[in-house]
Design a protein around this ligand. Structure first.
Ligand code: CMP
Length: 139
């Protein structure tokens, strides 16, 4: 079925000027852009967004990093969107990311890994609603 996922182009990739190339990979892979904005998280907003990782040793670093510069947030639509998008972005650690994936091409470390992709339909909805109002993702 056609469904949606949520993505962020993270501060490392946005700051390096790689957003255009990444969006081209996303559209070439068949994803339709439903909503898109450049924005910036505060450390508090990053802490809220990544609350599921609160107990992880990298949580504080992650919140600092994700608020260190602007990002691009987007809602995307495609058949099998969540799983297909995770295939397109590749493994969390770029050392393990397959050839042809966004992280293989643009990630610089396990933290600065260029891009986020929701891990379930439920989280795609929650994460999309974190950044966008209803009128912004009518499709
Ligand atoms: P993502 O999977 O999109 O969401 C959680 C983020 O935490 C992950 O991308 C990385 O940016 C970061 N992360 C995950 N694991 C580690 C780790 N072991 N060390 C540092 N950062 C990590």
């Amino acid at each position: 079925a056609t469904n949606r996922t949520f993505t962020m182009i993270k501060p490392d990739a946005f700051g390096a000027g790689n957003s255009g190339a990444i969006l081209e990979m996303i559209e070439t892979a068949g994803f339709k852009i439903i909503a898109l904005k450049a924005t910036r998280l505060t450390e508090e907003l990053a802490a809220e967004f990544y609350l599921v990782h609160k107990e992880r040793p990298f949580y504080a670093d992650l919140c600092r990093y994700m608020s260190s510069g602007p990002i691009l947030a987007a809602i995307l639509e495609k058949t099998n969107a969540v799983a297909d998008f995770r295939s397109l972005i590749g493994a969390t650690n770029p050392e393990n990311a397959a050839e042809g994936t966004i992280r293989k091409r643009f990630a610089t470390s396990i933290e600065a890994n260029a891009i986020h992709g929701s891990d379930s339909d439920e989280n795609a909805l929650i994460e999309g609603n974190f950044f966008f109002n209803a009128f912004e993702h009518q499709g």
